[in-house]
Design a protein around this ligand. Structure first.
Ligand code: PNS
Length: 160
């Protein structure tokens, strides 16, 4: 049975992430969306909030589940018998960083873990969680970038 993990910060989940999830779900028997919980990035949403939103967003996919992980991704993967990482590539600017992570994960895992890249759909090539947060912080309607319930969570976050 093929199993892959799609890791990220997902702060919050966007239609770009959901596009990658949908496409991976048709390629692998099981896809685990891994929300990084100890990010040094000082996220807007707590790990529980990010996981909640993802669970709501992926509920239509029978073979997709959402977990939160701490520490090294490859340690979580080894413990859970996962050997494939899925990452989305939006543009050339993503490539250098992603290549470095993929190669170091492969090296440190002694070639037991590989990364598969999906090029992001053209409609979402410009999209990132940070751009969504920026627009939402100014009260802009972000429903073309994220599901409605995520847009509402952003709105109430920035009202606080
Ligand atoms: O959505 P992001 O922030 O680009 O995702 C980055 C992520 C979570 C995939 C990466 O930071 C990660 O795997 N972090 C876990 C810690 C780890 O394994 N570090 C070694 C490779 S950088």
């Amino acid at each position: 049975m093929s199993k892959a993990i799609y890791p990220g910060s997902f702060d919050p989940v966007t239609y770009g992430h959901l596009d990658v999830i949908k496409r991976s779900a048709s390629m692998f028997d099981e896809v685990i969306v891994g929300v990084l919980s100890n990010s040094a990035k000082n996220p807007l949403f707590s790990v529980e909030e990010r996981k909640d939103m993802l669970e709501e967003a992926v509920k239509e996919f029978d073979n997709v589940s959402v977990i939160a992980f701490e520490g090294l991704l490859i340690d979580y993967m080894k413990m859970n018998n996962i050997s494939v990482i899925v990452r989305g590539l939006r543009a050339v600017t993503d490539f250098e960083y992603e290549l470095q992570i993929a190669q170091s994960n492969r090296k440190v895992s002694k070639d037991t873990i590989d990364t598969v890249f999906l090029t992001t759909g053209i409609d979402y090539a410009y999209l990132s969680s940070s751009i969504v947060r920026e627009y939402a912080s100014y009260g802009t309607d972000v429903r073309e970038f994220v599901p409605d319930f995520v847009a509402r969570r952003l709105q109430s976050k920035y009202k606080q």
